[in-house]
Design a protein around this ligand. Structure first.
Ligand SMILES: [Zn+2]
Length: 111
């Protein structure tokens, strides 16, 4: 079975539709197509406590690392760079036969 097409890709600007980050926008840092999840810059931050190791060379600093957690792509919508609105995208073929994405709101090509 072919993996379902994901409507967003790296470096897209997206808006979060649901969840605690609802209404916020950010840039897509990475996408996991198998899990259908994307990591968005500065969104859905989780804090990870790193372990404090004690031993041989004295105590090592433990701390909190902030990291973006992934968000389900079904909760994300692309923000059109042309009309600056959350938009649905459509696919279109150019005259050269190249597949492009277009914004259904303003009909501009998104790349
Ligand atoms: Zn648009």
């Amino acid at each position: 079975m072919l993996p379902e097409k994901i409507h967003i890709k790296r470096d897209d600007t997206v808006i979060v539709l649901r969840g605690k980050e609802k209404g916020k926008t950010g840039k897509v840092l990475s996408i996991n197509p198998e899990k259908k999840r994307a990591v968005i810059e500065k969104l859905n931050i989780i804090k990870r406590h790193t372990r404090v190791k004690r031993g041989e060379r004295g105590s090592q600093e433990g701390g909190i690392v902030e990291k973006e957690a992934s968000i389900s792509t079904s909760n994300l919508s692309l923000v059109c760079p042309k009309c600056d609105r959350p938009s649905r995208t459509g696919n279109k073929k150019t005259e050269e036969g190249k597949k492009i994405r277009i914004c259904k709101a303003c009909n501009e090509m998104i790349e």
